[in-house]
Design a protein around this ligand. Structure first.
Ligand SMILES: [Zn+2]
Length: 129
């Protein structure tokens, strides 16, 4: 399946849309579609999800890094990460196998997907990019 690319500077008179940005934009689109797929899969498992953070502005990432609760180079800043809150049978899950299953399903959706349970951030899912 091809991706239709339209140069924004030609169509809208906006700044040049560089090749690097196009690649990131394409990754973001794949990421978002796979988030939708994961939500549907989770629903079939009886899991219920709510969003935590998805996009994180750089100023917020800098604040988190300064307070030891995040990193400056987070994939959230690239719109390539999402945090989910997981509910099973109406009960919020702080941790546990549900998040691991969610992470395994996430990684099955794309070779560049990584789940946060590998690095102690169980509700975090991201795509390399
Ligand atoms: Zn996260």
């Amino acid at each position: 399946m091809g991706v239709i690319c339209v140069r924004r500077d030609r169509v809208y008179g906006l700044d040049h849309f560089s090749f690097e940005q196009m690649k990131l934009s394409e990754k973001q689109q794949i990421f978002t579609l796979n988030v939708a797929r994961l939500i549907m899969w989770a629903n079939e498992q009886g899991y219920r999800l709510t969003f935590g953070e998805a996009h994180r502005p750089q100023i917020t990432a800098d604040y988190y890094a300064a307070h030891g609760i995040g990193i400056m180079g987070s994939q959230h800043c690239k719109r390539l990460a999402v945090d989910f809150n997981l509910f099973i049978n109406g009960q919020y899950q702080r941790s546990g196998d549900g998040y691991t299953r969610l992470g395994i399903a996430w990684e099955a959706l794309h070779e560049d997907n990584r789940a946060g349970y590998h690095f102690g951030d169980g509700n975090h899912l991201e795509m390399k990019g």
